[in-house]
Design a protein around this ligand. Sequence first.
Ligand code: PLP
Length: 399
Amino acid sequence: MDTRIYLDHNATTPVDPRVLERMLPAFHRDFGNASSRSHAFGWRAQELVETAREEVAGAIGARPAEIVFTSGATEAINLAIRGVAEASTARGRHLVTSRAEHSAVLDCARHLEGRGWEVTWLDPSPTGRVPAESVAAALRDDTVLVALMWANNEVGAINPIAEVGALCRARGVTLFTDATQGVGKVPVDVAAAGVDLLSMTAHKLYGPKGAGALFVRSGEPRVRLVPQQLGGGQERGLRAGTLNVPGIVGLGAACRLAVEEMDTEGPRLARLRDRLEERITAELDGVHLNGDRAHRLPATLHLSFDGVEAEALMLAMPDVAVSSGAACSSGSAAPSHVLRAMGVPDTRAHGSIRFGLGRFTTEEEVDRAARLVVEGVRRLRGTSPATPASPDASSRVHS
Ligand code: PLP
């Protein structure tokens, strides 16, 4: 029996069997190249891609023609930020973003800095949100682009994107939002939010890895983008390369399911997340929530434990798969850049864990995980009511 409990859904999700079922024919029976116009194999692949385009668009209130398929969010982010920057140097060279963004956004912004752009780096509030007022204060006559994530991948804080969208629209500034953690988890409507560009990826919403999309608003004023990948002219010339048909089908299927189930799944996950927090805090003192209670992803819980190193806690509960800091940059012992930007002291940041619940998480798993966390923390703090830690556990902890 598998005793492991997966609570790292912000890093990646398993593929939903219903998504996999829709993908499978695209690997063999419907294997054609979606760019082949001369036979039925190509037409069928194209049909599958266009159905997926409708599903993806439907999930974010966009039109199908506004969806550009990519290999994931990182590629979509590069296309959005670097693509707008290259197309807009005549308008100005100023970008506004936040220090709490994903590394793909941070690195694109630094790349532009190295090429003569000025970047205004906004700090999030202590709860991880970037206030619209900070964006308003940062806008200048030469501001070309605002890049602000929909929801933070570490602490789950949701940004006031619609307010920022209104500000940007009034000033003629392009707004890009990385909605990788938002799409399928919380309602996302690009038209209502006044978003010009939006990135997403399938593997955070029970689809496959290696498939994502960039929404590019159509209509006036036109969003101008310089493609970052040249070749066969696919995706209206914005993203050359043979389309990953099975991945795209998976992204479409995943989007459809996530939206259909959001109204039941969101509250269920929020209840489980709160249960996890309550079970932990009922037993332990010195536990702090990182993030915004009122504006938070339903399945994300980020806690700091006084007097405990996150790495040691994870070793003390090997059955619970969680993350300390961002999975994408873990391997480095530096405290998370998001927590730092929120003003969380380094000592507290070192003792913090991200719990990411998901579609297949059960109440039993939450209760067991809470118990293992409580036991682990007590052992590490030396406050275990039972016998002291076993030699095995303590040697692992101190090594
Ligand atoms: N943006 C955010 C907020 C993320 O959480 C991730 C995932 O790691 C990414 C971007 C990168 O997505 P991908 O793995 O599809 O490149």
